[in-house]
Design a protein around this ligand. Structure first.
Ligand SMILES: Cc1cc2nc3c(=O)[nH]c(=O)nc-3n(C[C@H](O)[C@H](O)[C@H](O)COP(=O)(O)OP(=O)(O)OC[C@H]3O[C@@H](n4cnc5c(N)ncnc54)[C@H](O)[C@@H]3O)c2cc1C
Length: 264
């Protein structure tokens, strides 16, 4: 369990950022579920609850999701369930249980760039940008590759388009972390294959995505795309699975997700 010396609820993002930068051990607090697993000594914990960041809003071009939105909010959102084949709700619905998802936040999940993140892999399959207080708006892919810098994730913006996306994962047991997850989107004939929990963080299998976008969609090419994805991506071993097992699972999940998304 972490130790907190002080807890503040700033009235503006400017104030929150100022406090965050004041001391090395001042941090933003989301639902605090992940923090509870560690032993951090936190100076000032910054709770963003007063900043109206628990929101899912639709504009003409984007869907905006605030940092304090919970994973449960994503799951039951009528807006998100209308778009992208419901992939955002689908990717979080198996994380632990409802009570847990009622607490954990989007801002923490995305900012922390967890390798196992089910949300990140689904967001990556869509045209997603993150809005950082200091860093501004950047493409999610770019953000994932940036080195760590203290900042506040304010919102996530998903471009509204005709993308349909399928999410799949493999877990050793129901409430465990995924040993591999993926999301494959299709917008017209453009496919984007994203794989996470390798156990490294989610990335785009660019060669496989290009191959399947430029070739006839049949069983032979779907199999070939799944093989290309396994060759171009790097897999690793940890206590949950070996890299060879992850590679085998990746091939099979890419194949079945491509078949499913092609019929969306
Ligand atoms: C037991 C357990 C099992 C889990 N299983 C899964 C799983 O199977 N799949 C999955 O995808 N996820 C899983 N998660 C992760 C979970 O979904 C959340 O992503 C995680 O708990 C972080 O959310 P939180 O709100 O609890 O963050 P907190 O614990 O509050 O914070 C985590 C980190 O994020 C920082 N932070 C919080 N908000 C912001 C912000 N707005 N801007 C910048 N930094 C911020 C904090 O400073 C801290 O460093 C699991 C977590 C736990 C504890």
């Amino acid at each position: 369990m972490f130790t907190l010396m002080e807890l503040v609820q700033p009235q503006s993002l400017e104030e929150a950022y100022e406090i965050l930068m004041k001391r090395k051990n001042n941090i933003v607090i989301g639902g605090s579920a992940f923090l509870r697993m560690g032993e951090k000594r936190i100076g000032t914990g910054i709770d963003l609850s007063n900043l109206n960041l628990n929101l899912i809003e639709e504009t003409s071009d984007y869907i905006k999701i605030g940092a304090m939105t919970t994973l449960r909010d994503l799951e039951v959102s009528p807006i998100l369930n209308k778009y992208f084949n419901g992939v955002i709700g689908n990717c979080v619905k198996d994380i632990i249980g409802v009570q847990f998802r009622n607490v954990v936040t989007v801002g923490a999940s995305v900012f922390s760039k967890y390798g196992f993140s089910d949300l990140i892999v689904a967001l990556l399959s869509l045209d997603t940008e993150v809005e950082l207080y200091k860093g501004g708006r950047v493409k999610l892919e770019e953000f994932l590759n940036q080195k760590y810098e203290k900042d506040i994730l304010v919102k996530v913006h998903i471009k509204k388009n005709n993308s349909k996306s399928i999410y799949k994962c493999m877990r050793n047991s129901r409430s465990d972390y995924p040993i591999l997850n993926l999301a494959i989107s299709k917008d017209d004939n453009n496919f984007k294959i994203c794989v996470g929990a390798r156990p490294q963080r989610a990335t785009i299998a660019k060669e496989a995505s290009e191959f399947i976008s430029n070739n006839i969609l049949n069983e032979e090419n779907i199999l070939k795309a799944s093989e290309i994805a396994c060759e171009e991506l790097v897999f690793g071993s940890n206590m949950r699975a070996s890299k060879e097992y992850r590679k085998a699972i990746c091939k099979s999940l890419v194949k079945s997700a491509l078949m499913e998304v092609s019929s969306c």
